[in-house]
Design a protein around this ligand. Sequence first.
Ligand code: NAD
Ligand code: USQ
Length: 400
Amino acid sequence: MRIAVLGGDGYCGWATALYLSEKGHTVAIADNYARRQWDHELGVQTLTPIRTLAERLRVWEDLTGREIKLFVGDVTDYDFVASLIRDFEPDAVVHFAEQRSAPYSMIDRKHAVFTQINNVEGTLNLLFALREFAPDCHLVKLGTMGQYGTPNIDIEEGYIAIEHNGRRDVLPYPKQPGSFYHLSKVHDSHNIMFACKIWGLRATDLNQGVVYGTVTKETSFDEALINRFDYDEVFGTVLNRFCIQAAMGHPLTVYGNGGQTRGFLDIRDTIRCIEIACLNPAARGECRVYNQFTEQFSVLDLAHMVQKAGQKLGLTVEVEHLDNPRVEAQGHYYNAKHSKLTDLGLQPHLLSDSLLDSLINIAMKYSDRADTSVFLPQVNWRNASNHRERRRPTAVVATY
Ligand code: NAD
Ligand code: USQ
């Protein structure tokens, strides 16, 4: 297949582009390097020493003989998106190219507005370009489990059958997102569903859980292909953060009581899910929604698992409860369905003790690059404007 990976310089996109290329697909990456720019803005960097995209692609081609085409540009620029679709003529477009940090979107008005414009406008441009130049192309769009929030009923995969006043219908599942970022994904989902309905486009909206891990088979072919490992308070996701905190002897930063439960998946399952979605396209006019995660854990479960794995490696790992900087339920019902991708052949990599050992080992390997001043949260959901300064911790509630 000809597959365009938008956001292919990022964490999920880079691993996906290499995996699809290795599988023999003709792959193109589009990216505007915004993610690298946001690192500069925040004064942070990935734990792993990633190379420039041009170098990564050169090394990949030298090693495998497979070319990945590069389109450098911004998906909020319609001419760029249109020329990408016209020139590359993809069978599938995998759209990762968004601002994906909830804390970034909650810094202040400017960051909230930027996030929603970047994400919603980029997706709208893509929908219009597909309509105009490739109406048969399959859009595989990365959404997020956080769109649903934490309702007190089971979470279905995108749609729910409802009986109301004696009548029945199948309707989009209600959305209760927890940040301006997560809201941008809800807006995208509505726009995609509408475009499928009116123009007969085909789309798969993948509501992905929190991704962990950094190594995939292809990125380990050479050190120059190494993927990102974000651990700062804005872009670092919780398990990656706990692993480097454990490696550095820093208490694990559990927000609140840690009862927040989320769906999680290994990055190796992210790339396989994308492949499954591409190989099994939605029908014309269909907007499918799959919940893309493999296991659910509470934040405190994860902290205890990391603590145990760290102790096995001879590390002293404390768990610290911080005042929760986010506004979110901290003890709630959570049962989200996620069988559609396994029905199509996904065989999950589950979070085991040995996997945790290896995640912490990777964190230890690059720990000389770690900046411990970015461990503590500074972006607070309750503030309209957050001034981020280094080494300004929120209150520690308990340590053990
Ligand atoms: P990332 O920030 O590492 O990568 C996103 C890439 O998109 C970056 O390389 C960035 O430069 C590019 N990009 C952003 N805006 C762009 C624009 N306007 N034009 C062109 N390129 C642009 O993020 P990630 O972790 O790889 O996440 C990828 C996607 O998956 C996002 O849409 C995110 O919402 C979704 N997702 C991620 C996770 C996770 O845990 N990482 C979980 C669920 C969903
Ligand atoms: N958390 C802690 N301590 C930390 C960091 C986070 O307790 O040091 C908690 C948060 O309060 C939250 C949970 O861990 O309850 C998850 O936070 P996170 O930062 O790992 O993930 P989140 O903000 O939800 O965002 C990430 C990705 C985003 C993606 C989302 C999937 O950055 O792109 O959409 O995971 S989901 O959560 O399913 O919506």
